[in-house]
Design a protein around this ligand. Sequence first.
Ligand SMILES: [Zn+2]
Length: 304
Amino acid sequence: MIAFSGNPLDRASDKRGDAAWLTQKRRDRTARVLPLWKLQPLLLGPENATGGTTLGFVDGELAAGLGAPDAVEVFLGLDGAVPYFARDISSLTDPLAASLASHGHFRDARSAASLLANHEIAILGQAKALIDWHNRHGYCAQCGTPTELAEAGYRRTCPVCKAEHFPRTDPAVIMLVTAGDRCLLGRNKRFTGGHYSTLAGFLEPGETIEEAVRREVYEEVHVRVGPVSYFASQPWPFPSQLMIGCFAEAATDEIEVDGNEILAARWFDRGTIQQLLSGESNEVGLPRRDAIAFHLIRHWAEGV
Ligand SMILES: [Zn+2]
């Protein structure tokens, strides 16, 4: 399973503009609200828990009293008839001091994601990315006026110039470059230890996915790429990217790393990758198993 994918909630996007419907869902006695404090979700249980951790959804009435009266609150979706929301309670100095004291603890989203079940990681990603966007887009980019939350949190509108602002998702390409029975992996300057992974980079305005893949690969390792094919994608809420996973067939062989982003890169044959995947070899480290980079590598090496 690719982390942050597989969100089970029905986003009910056709209903979000209906203020009466939304108010009714928010007041529903079954409504569940996830408090986030400085982008950290509430998790149930003590801080030293290592397993069986779940998101700390609280009931709607309790949540309404947390933080500022006009705190950002976003609709996440429906699970059957049960409505789910997230609320930014960052204005509280000590979020656990009062009503949440017995509920659990706050934990940064990256570390929380390592403790949660897949479906909750995806919900956390949605909540975190949305609230983060609201925090950073309080003013109209066109005229500077404070904007107002609309459409259950999926839009901000400017009361003066009427501009509409929508939550951003920044597309990035992440690609496994292959040449027959070999694939190319690189060591990014940000990686610790001896880890190797696929290459990646952001799309630029006016660029197709294929063009971005070719440009980034050439920029990082000076290899020319021919056909590009789409594999799968991964939402990455830090702050709000979409990783578009592709396979890229190399047209040239010689590697010359840029030395800036990528410190080292080399070709690995399929047998070596299979040994790294099975643990028979630990010559280099591979990406985390829930990362799309890992799935690209495994799919190529094992056909799964
Ligand atoms: Zn404006």
